[in-house]
Design a protein around this ligand. Structure first.
Ligand code: NAP
Length: 295
């Protein structure tokens, strides 16, 4: 079967509504900007792999189009969507139900339809924990330092709670404002001048900031001077472009176990796809496809 051949397209919402594509069954990812998204590539490949008659598009949505977009979700041709920056917090009020993870995170990244109702899910949590199950023994009962306090950090917090972590130290540019709470684990939010004193006792570091993401690949949440604090720890960067961020290069230099954001991307997408279609991604083929794209 000729797999992965189809080209995917990015539309503004207005262009999409007026296109022929809008009249046939579709999924999409919605965000702004959205051109960088790899979701269309992996979801279209999976739809084609399973012979599902639907297309997956990238939609660049302007703030002014939100109410129009919300009415679109009731159309029969709309089958489901992913939501990304800056809208992850904005559509939770729009859906009829949310799953437990989405309720706890207060953020949805997936909308599915069930009996004409819209259901909100958060699949980032599953995506985040999937590559960590093999390190569960090193993480359970431990302390984790998380850089950033945005939408992804909230999903990371719930994933870490599920993995049995005991302490989470969030690092924020404004720790007095960006406090993340938890009923389940001990949480503290500190500044970029303070996290170093928590590092020795930590088993893992997670970068949830965009620092180091293409095109600003020379950036990292930590300075080169601090990078020896990563020695022999697990270092996880949610960034997947580039595949080895500066943060992971710093960690690699000191013998850390490094994990990039590609598996998270694939596994959150796989979970969304499973919710929509009851089927799973051909994971290995999708991973090869994305690595080729990123090269
Ligand atoms: P977000 O809601 O904008 O949060 C990012 C957080 O990082 C902010 O809340 C901020 O925390 C911190 N931050 C932002 N700019 C910064 C800067 N210039 N310097 C230092 N800290 C900064 O974004 P998000 O949705 O959480 O996504 C964050 C990153 O994770 C992005 O790179 C995204 O691509 C990646 N991600 C990857 C996956 C995946 O599947 N691999 C999934 C989701 C997200 P403070 O204000 O507290 O400092």
């Amino acid at each position: 079967m000729p797999l992965f051949k189809r080209t995917t397209m990015t539309f503004s919402f207005r262009e999409f509504k007026n296109s022929k594509k809008a009249k046939s069954p579709h999924f999409f990812v919605v965000g702004n900007p959205i051109e960088h998204s790899l979701s269309p590539v992996m979801h279209q490949a999976a739809l084609d792999f399973h012979g599902i008659n639907a297309e997956y598009h990238a939609i660049n949505l302007a703030q002014a189009e939100i109410s129009d977009f919300i009415s679109w979700l009731n159309r029969d041709e709309f089958l489901g969507c992913n939501i990304t920056i800056p809208y992850k917090n904005q559509f939770i009020e729009v859906v009829d139900h949310i799953d437990d993870y989405a309720r706890e995170a207060g953020v949805i990244n997936t909308i599915a339809k069930s009996e004409h109702k819209l259901i909100g899910h958060n699949t980032d949590i599953h995506g985040f924990t999937a590559p960590l199950t093999q390190y569960a023994d090193r993480i359970e009962g431990g302390r984790v330092i998380v850089f950033g306090t945005g939408g992804a950090a909230k999903a990371v917090k719930i994933g870490l709670e599920d993995l049995g972590v005991e302490e989470i130290v969030f690092v924020s540019r404004s720790p007095e404002k960006s406090i993340v709470n938890s009923d389940h684990v001990w949480v503290e939010t500190v500044s970029y001048d303070q996290w170093q004193s928590y590092a020795d006792e930590a088993c893992m570091f997670v970068n949830t900031t965009p620092l180091g993401m293409s095109p600003n690949i020379d950036r990292s949440p930590i300075s080169d001077l601090d990078s020896e604090l990563l020695e022999s720890k697990i270092c996880y960067d949610l960034i997947y472009n580039p595949i080895q961020s500066k943060f992971l290069q710093q960690a690699d230099k000191f013998g850390a176990t490094t994990i990039n954001g590609l598996d998270m991307l694939i596994m959150q997408g796989n979970r969304s796809f499973e919710i929509w279609t009851g089927k799973t991604f051909p994971i290995n083929d999708i991973k090869k496809l994305l690595i080729n794209r990123l090269k």
